[in-house]
Design a protein. Structure first.
Ligand code: PLP
Length: 228
């Protein structure tokens, strides 16, 4: 087995334990391998090991890397997106997980409508209200989702993503994960939506996120080691 495959097996075991604790089905939890800083060969190892999708946080990096990856996979953008990179982003990615404002949604919608293409998207929520972080504040979430549903037929709204404030104790992330789940349940009720996906949890707190309902965990270091 490759190192990545060994690490992935350990992660799956930890997810299974968290699911058991929470009374969830482990099949509901998908693994996004976040391959930023790692070369194409590492991405291929991850795909071969059976991760559910590949995550990159920068458009330019993905533009250089993706053509060099020969194995098929779904690629998700998990970093902030500037409007001037939107065109490149919709050409490169299969899902954009960081929609966080109306003007960005408007730009994406126009570009996609021109191409008659539908893009699955998630909305990033700044649950920790950190000024330096991207993501919509929770009081602006419902208006943004309303805009997506009423004005963006080429954006398929699938769920919410969050990156809680960093803290070495993973338990400190729990209230933020719980809050994201509550926000999702509120949106489902308000807009009569099917169950939303929840992208939350990284290397240091993914099992806590799974206990709180994550359907995607985004993992870098626990699969690939420290980034250089
Ligand atoms: C880098 C990154 C991750 C993965 O972080 P690790 O701590 O290496 O697991 C997850 N989500 C986003 C948005 C990232 O930029």
């Amino acid at each position: 087995m490759s190192t990545v495959a060994t690490n992935l097996a350990a992660v799956r075991e930890r997810i299974a334990q968290a699911c058991q604790k929470a009374g969830r089905n482990p099949q509901e939890v998908k693994i996004l391998a976040v391959t930023k800083t790692h070369p194409a060969q590492v991405v291929e190892e991850a795909i071969a090991a059976g991760v559910d999708a590949i995550g990159e946080n920068r458009v330019q990096e993905a533009a250089e890397k993706r053509p060099a990856v020969r194995l098929p996979a779904s690629w998700h953008l998990v970093g902030p997106l500037q409007r001037n990179k939107a065109k490149k982003a919709i050409e490169l990615f299969d899902l954009i997980a960081t929609v966080d404002r109306v003007p960005l949604a408007e730009t994406l919608e126009k570009l996609l409508a021109n191409r008659a293409k539908v893009m699955p998207v998630m909305v990033e929520v700044n649950v920790g209200r950190e000024p330096q972080k991207s993501g919509v504040l929770e009081e602006e979430l419902a208006p943004l989702v309303s805009y997506l549903l009423s004005h963006c037929p080429h954006l398929q709204f699938l769920g919410l993503l969050t990156v809680p404030p960093y803290h070495p104790d993973p338990e400190r992330s729990r209230p933020h994960f719980r809050r994201l789940r509550e926000l999702a349940r509120q949106l489902e009720a308000a807009f009569q939506l099917p169950p939303l996906q929840l992208s939350m949890g990284m290397s240091e707190d993914f099992w806590v996120a799974v206990e709180e309902g994550a359907t995607w965990v985004r993992l870098g270091r626990v699969l690939f080691g420290e980034r250089r």
